[in-house]
Design a protein around this ligand. Structure first.
Ligand code: TZP
Ligand code: MG
Length: 212
């Protein structure tokens, strides 16, 4: 699986349709990578699989030659059809797949990422074979409104107990990233603070310059 590259990933950037604002996914991918994002996710909640596949292919066209893995949110079929590097599943999606089907359905997926919101979930995801996990939302976030934040305490616990690479996610900005790193994260996933910035590449660079 794609663990070698994952281990060195620090900034997880997003092409999230909620923040496209008319921009081309491929342009955003280019800007994110120019700013140092070293893994990308296509998060297109409202699209159907065929449109999602099309968007993922556009992002892969930019990311693959630059050796940046592309992960598809939610949609295992779209991930396979597009030839993406991996899929990211939320807790609900993950537990909805019967244990005995997981190996079969995901056997040839190079990277499987799972969202976790507690230490128990994080350790379970690791046991289940996740290649990386997301830990969050660390802070309240408009990208996932109404979801209670897990706080820096869970980041601290994950840093102490989780061996698989983990990305702190949720409400992370340039104003609070220092606290996230101090809590023990070495990888962050950032959506709105980058996609809503006036200059995406510059915003991503501001994050990556804090990482490593
Ligand atoms: N999963 C947990 S929090 C979150 C996701 C997808 C949203 C992260 O977005 P933002 O804008 O960086 O808070
Ligand atoms: Mg999901």
């Amino acid at each position: 699986m794609g663990n070698t590259r994952l281990a060195s990933c620090r900034l997880y950037g997003f092409i999230d349709t909620a923040y496209l604002a008319g921009r081309r996914p491929s342009d955003l991918a280019r800007q994110l990578i120019a700013g140092g994002a070293d893994i990308l996710q296509v998060r297109a909640k409202e699209l159907h699989t065929p449109q999602r596949v099309e968007m993922v292919l556009a992002v892969i066209g930019v990311a693959m030659p630059r050796n940046v893995p592309v992960i598809v949110n939610d949609d295992i079929t779209a991930a396979f059809e597009s030839g993406a590097d991996g899929v990211h599943l939320g807790q609900e999606d993950w537990v909805a797949i019967p244990q005995e089907q997981r190996n079969d359905r995901l056997a040839n997926m190079r990277i499987v990422g799972i969202s976790t919101h507690s230490l128990e979930q994080a350790l379970q995801a690791e046991r289940d074979g996740a290649n990386y996990i997301g830990v969050g939302p660390v802070f309240p976030t408009g990208t996932k409104p109404g979801v209670p934040p897990v706080g820096l305490e869970l980041v601290q616990q994950a840093a102490g107990r989780v061996a698989v690479p983990f990305f702190a996610i949720g409400g992370i900005t340039l104003d609070n990233i220092d606290s996230v790193l101090t809590a023990g994260a070495s990888r962050v996933a950032v959506v709105s603070a980058i996609l809503q910035a006036p200059d995406v590449a510059k915003a991503a660079r501001a994050f990556t310059s804090k990482l490593k």
